[in-house]
Design a protein around this ligand. Structure first.
Ligand SMILES: Cc1cc2nc3c(=O)[nH]c(=O)nc-3n(C[C@H](O)[C@H](O)[C@H](O)COP(=O)(O)O)c2cc1C
Length: 161
């Protein structure tokens, strides 16, 4: 079975729920490694056939913990992961586009290959209280994450990426 790495950061649980849904969707076609960005190491990527990166948008940027992973892993992996397929998921209050753009720009440097459009899920949290509250995603949002995981795993298993 191919190995799919799902590398994620989550502060209030939304992205974690997305990552777990993607893992569920992928489980029948791939071995899943679900790794928090804070613990992730360059070897996690080297050992994976494909990757889903998932994080919140914070302050119109990808979340700091995810950025810290890229800061730590960028040069150790430069020139060693070209062509590997990836997808990304962003959890946002109301936007998410800038985090997706930034992450795509960072990943361009590794020359890894996007195989799906960024999946952005908005929680519609607007007040400070709602933004800091634990997140409950809708069944539709979770189904979209599941479908992305399933697509990613099936593509890896069939060797079509
Ligand atoms: C400090 C901070 C800044 C945020 N900035 C943005 C933002 O710029 N755009 C946006 O759409 N959502 C923003 N949000 C909302 C989060 O993206 C949203 O709550 C999301 O569910 C967080 O994902 P998580 O539950 O995995 O932590 C922000 C949240 C925090 C805590």
């Amino acid at each position: 079975m191919p190995r799919l790495l799902i590398l994620y950061h989550s502060q209030t649980g939304g992205t974690e729920a997305m990552a777990r849904a993607a893992a569920e969707g992928a489980a029948s076609d791939a071995e899943i490694v679900l790794r928090p960005a804070a613990d992730a190491q360059p070897d996690d990527l080297l050992g994976a056939d494909g990757v889903i990166f998932a994080c919140p948008e914070n302050l119109a940027a990808l979340s700091g913990v995810m950025k810290a992973f890229f800061d730590r892993a960028y040069y150790p992996l430069l020139g060693r992961v070209e062509g590997r397929p990836y997808a990304m998921m962003i959890c946002a209050g109301s936007d998410g586009e800038n985090a997706a753009r930034q992450m795509a720009r960072i990943l361009l440097g590794w020359r890894i290959k996007p195989v799906a459009d960024p999946l952005i899920i908005c929680t519609k949290a607007q007040t400070p209280e709602a933004i800091l509250a634990p997140k409950q995603l809708t069944p539709d949002a979770l189904a979209r994450c599941q479908a992305l995981g399933a697509t990613m795993a099936a593509g890896l298993a069939l060797g079509i990426f």
